[in-house]
Design a protein around this ligand. Structure first.
Ligand code: RFL
Ligand code: PHB
Length: 391
């Protein structure tokens, strides 16, 4: 088999890249470790920046997002028992975010890919291997139905997430990684109950962080900070709702509608960056190259912007026979990535309870939050970063 770009991973990064390349007339094949149903079953991101919304439009898959997505012009911060609104729209000259689940984004992209007859090979398991990407003719091999298949390509796009094979295939002597692991995780619960508020609430409390989010007017997504050792089996729905209530203000508690969970999972929090993002003809994009803690809602959005830069670079290569875009890909992405890493680390540090900082740490956080909501400069900085820095 031969294609121009072999894409590893059918998460949002891989699917979005496949669609953008196809629109530009560039052939691509996607290899995915799991089944499509498995990919769609993962409940992850919920907040899209305008850049991601525009990209989905560019791919021609924005219709359902515009119909069903919820445009949010503000967020609330809850601390010391009081809620304070950050007016994202007013502070950023009219910008907003769109609440539309990653599952829906992935669904729309998979449907479009299928409708256009593009090749996605699912369930490759751990059989994908990369070859000769330091030369002009890279190859990707995988095993399906007991047979080894080989794809010859011009480029390999590593969109295979944090645990994928692409970063692991990069030459160790060149790869440098930066990492921070946080001493807690998020326990998330999805339920078919109306959200307690029409905007997201980020809560800093003496018991730890909580987040009230949503997927639609009838589906809510809530999170509570938990110790890393906690197991999801140890958290009954009732225990979750009780803990969430204990972290909310009385008015919010009164509005909270509870119900049976339809999904519950624990995600550890991590900051991670791999540099560079290009190794010959292998390019990393999305979670394969970087992870942010979810507090700033930046992971999916960063994956989308990497893919925007990467598709532009490939288009420039094929249309103009120019290497300029591919040569600058890593540097251009990393400038934006480090700013999102900084913001996500800062917002995580401000909102969570850290085991070693005690009551002093709590007081300092409350002082910073008090400053943040009362200073237009500080609120503007939060708002600018939250809605997404310009490309
Ligand atoms: P993904 O989604 O992990 O997809 C990678 C795909 O590659 C496949 N794969 C392989 N395929 C073939 N061969 C191999 N050897 C392979 N190894 C792996 C995998 O099966 C998978 O299908 O990475 P991608 O595309 O880069 O997308 C990144 C996003 O998924 C991620 O950044 C976000 O979900 C992060 N995130 C959030 N981001 C936001 O922008 N806004 C949010 O509100 C937000 N909330 C979140 C989040 C992540 C969370 N968790 C669970 C970490 C909330 C949570 C709780
Ligand atoms: C979500 O709805 O899953 C969500 C929203 C905002 C975040 C993280 C996750 O910062």
């Amino acid at each position: 088999m031969r294609t121009q770009v072999a894409i590893i991973g059918a998460g949002p990064a891989g699917l979005l890249l496949g669609q953008l390349l196809h629109k530009a007339g560039i052939d691509n094949i996607i290899l995915e470790r799991q089944s499509a149903a498995h990919v769609l079953g993962r409940i992850r991101a919920g907040v899209l920046e305008q850049v991601a919304v525009n990209l989905l439009d560019e791919c021609g898959v924005g219709a359902r997002m515009h119909r069903e997505g919820l445009v949010h012009q503000g967020i609330e911060l809850l601390f010391a028992g009081q809620r304070h609104r950050i007016d994202l729209h007013g502070l950023t000259g009219g910008k907003s975010v769109t609440v539309y689940g990653q599952t829906e984004v992935t669904h729309d992209l998979m449907d479009a890919r299928q409708a256009e007859g593009l090749v996605t090979v699912y369930e490759t398991g751990d059989t994908v291997s990369l070859h000769d990407f330091d030369g002009a003719r890279p190859k990707v091999r995988y095993v399906r139905d007991g047979r080894t298949h080989e794809i010859e390509c011009d480029f390999i796009a590593g969109c295979d997430g944090f645990h994928g094979v692409c970063r692991a295939s990069a030459p160790a002597a060149v790869l440098k990684t930066y990492e921070k692991v946080y001493p807690f995780g998020w326990l998330g619960l999805l339920a078919d109950v109306p959200p307690l508020s029409h905007e997201l609430i980020y809560a800093n409390t003496g018991r730890g962080f909580a987040l009230c989010s949503m997927r639609s007017p009838s589906r809510s997504r809530y999170y509570v900070q938990v110790p890393l050792q906690d197991k999801v089996e140890d958290w009954s729905d009732e225990a979750f709702w009780n803990e969430l209530r204990a972290r909310l203000d009385p008015a919010a508690c009164e509005r909270l509608v509870t119900g049976p969970s339809i999904e519950k999972s624990i995600a550890p929090l991590r900051s991670f960056v791999a540099e560079p993002m290009r190794f010959g003809r292998l390019f990393l994009a999305g979670d394969a190259a970087h992870i942010v803690p979810p507090t700033g809602a930046k992971g999916l959005n960063l994956a989308a912007t990497d893919v925007k830069y990467l598709s532009n670079a490939f288009i420039e290569y094929y249309r103009e026979r120019s290497d300029r875009g591919i040569d600058h890909y890593s540097e251009v992405c990393l400038r934006r990535i480090w700013k999102a890493e900084r913001f996500s680390w800062w917002f995580t540090s401000l909102m969570h309870k850290f085991p070693d900082t005690g009551e002093f740490g709590q007081k300092v956080q409350e002082a910073e939050l008090d400053y943040l909501v009362n200073s237009r400069a500080a609120s503007t900085s939060l708002a600018e970063n939250y809605v997404g820095l310009p490309l």
